[in-house]
Design a protein. Sequence first.
Length: 447
Amino acid sequence: MIKTMVGDRLTEADPASEVRFTEYFNHTFAPDMVLSWPKENRERLVFVRPSSNPQWISDELRWISANKPIVMSLRSALGRDDDAEQSLAREAQRSDVLVTDPDAVQEISQSDQPMVDLLSHAILRGGRGLLDEDGSRSVIGRTAAGFVGAGELHADQTGAAVELFAQILDPEQAGRMTRVVQAVWEGHGGTASSFPRSSLGITGPLTGEDVSLLLEVVETQAIDFWHRVGRNISLEQLGEMNVADFSPGLQSIVAANAERLMARGLRVIERPRYLGEPEVVPRWLVEGNCLVLRGWGWSVYFAASKNQLPPDQDLRPPTVREVRRRARDAGLVIKNVRVGTPDLTITFESTVEKNVMERREVAQHANSSDAVVTTATVSARAARGLICDLRTGSASGHTNASFELRDFIRYALPILLSLTKEERQSIMALLPPEAGAGGYVQGQLPI
C-alpha cells in the first residue's frame, strides 16, 4: 500500500516514467522500487524510509549513495533547518542523491506550467540535495521566473534559475534545463555571450530532446524567434525529436530555418491517409529519425544521412511526356536525363545550362507510353545538380553532397511527384519568402 502510494506520486510527477516494485521494504541497500524511463534506457533506484530523521538518513547514504538514488521519506518533517539537516543536504547534493518526501513530489507535480513540468521530470531523473514541500514551492517560483526573465532578457531572474538548476540537478539534467532556457533567451534576441552562466559553467549545444522540450515550453509561432533558435538546430537533431503530429512549433522551426537545415537525401513513400490522421496537409512531422513532409497520399522523408532513409518502394517511373510537363509547370531545368524503353536505355545530357527535355532528340519519345524517365538531374542553385531517381522516388547530390532543405523542395519534389499548381503553392507556403533573404520580421505562420 505504501509503495503503491509512493509510486503513484512519482508517476504523477513524470508520466513518462514507469515504476517496478521489488520484494524488499526498508532494506539497507536493496531498493524498494525502480523508476525507469524506457525511451531513454534510464533507471533510478528508490529507497522508501519511514523516518525523516536527517542524521539517520545521512548515515544510510554511505550504503546507497553510489547508485545516486531517490530517498523517499514517508514523514514530511524535513525543513527544520538545523545543523543535521543542512549536513544531509550538502551530502546529498555532493553525491547526487535526492532526499525528498511524497508531499514535496506532489507539490511540484501539480503545476500547470509547462516549464515546471520540465523541471519535475528533470528532478526525478537527476535531482539532488534535499527537497521538502516548501522547497518545491520555492523551485517552482524561481523556475517560472527564470523562463519569464529569459523571454524578457532579464539577466538577474534568468541567472537565478540557471544557478538553481546547477544546485538541485546533476550536470546532465542541469545542462538540459539550462540549454532550453538559453534557447528562449537567444530566441528573444539575447546573445549567447550575454546569457547568464551558472557557477558550474554548464552549457553546450541543443540536442534533439532539448528541442522537443523547447516546443513544450514555447507557444509562439513567430518566425524571428525560431530563426534565432535555429542557429543551433540541425536536421539530425530534428530527427531525434519526440514531437506530436500535428505540431505548430515544428512547422515554425522548419519554415524559419529551411535555408539552414541541410539534408543529404530524400525519399518519397506512397502512403494513403490513415484513420485519425491530422487533417492539415501539407505539414511537417518527425518519424524514423527523419523530418517528414506529409502530403496528399505520400510522405517525403528528409535525412541528414542517406542510410537513415526508409527502404524505397520500387515505383513505376513516369513517362517522358509526364516529366516534361512537371519540369515546365515548375519552371525547372533538367540537364541530364536517362530514358528507358523496352529495347534500350538512352542518356541525354546538355553541355550548356539548357533544359535537355526540350531537345528534339528527347521530345521524340514523348508520344510513347513505353518511354519512361528513370533518372533526371535537375539544375539547382549555383549550377549544382540534384539527381532524382524516379524508380525509387529518391533525390540526392553527387557522393555525399548536402543541400538546403529548401532546395530539395524547390527543385526535386516537382520532378519526383505529380503535383498540381495548387499543391506546389501549398508546399512552398510552408517556406515563407523571407526565409531566403537573411532578414526576418516578426510574424506568425498561417497555420
